[in-house]
Design a protein. Sequence first.
Length: 253
Amino acid sequence: MSSLLLSLTVGTFVGGVAGYLGTLMLGRRMALVAGPLGHLTLPGIALALIYGFDISLGAFPFVVLGIVSIWLFEMRTKLPMEALTAVVFASGVAIAFLFLPIGQAEAALVGDVSTVNLLDATISVVLMTLVFLTILKIYPTMTLINVSEDLAKSQGIKVKKYNFIYLLLIAIIVALGVKVVGSLLTAALVAIPACSTRNLSKNMLQYVLGAIIVGIVSSFSGILLSEFSGFPAGPLIILVNSVIFLTSTILKR
């Protein structure tokens, strides 16, 4: 398979599922959490660049460590999850810039999906399919938790367990998203598709399907633009997303 086809496959799967997860995160006012978590991947990316292995593989353990820390701190302190995320990610960024090779920093900060091989693409597609199916299963429960954790607990829902699953899904999206758009732009990958379709959707089905479609279209278009222009795909994907969002604000009634 050509490198362009592999890049398009990974980009569209990650973009679509990120958009889907973004609809859940936006409802909980957590769409920007993916940004600090993206920064938390930097120590793992630094190690991957130094020792020559896949950046998503390097990023994932550090994101999971951050997610577990946030989850434990939330249970211990009862502070908001977004506030704890900001606390945890700062140490990751500090550690990363002690070791990150400056000459290779672009791949860490804005991604480089053109480097994916067949194994990377296969793993990404399998993981994104599993994440999609998991979101589909927990979506109604997480929506109720977003509305009221107390109400969810009164219905016998194990809120802590679902919050952990939810955070783990974010971790997987972030770990794979850094390859597509880099650690600086992962928040936009989940937030903008959801924001765009929220402007135009009239019901939940339109909202969810619209976010998935926007995520797929923006990733596909950004990678194609990168192929023809020579600019990095990550920023182009986000710029396409931004154009779609601006269009949605104009069309909103």
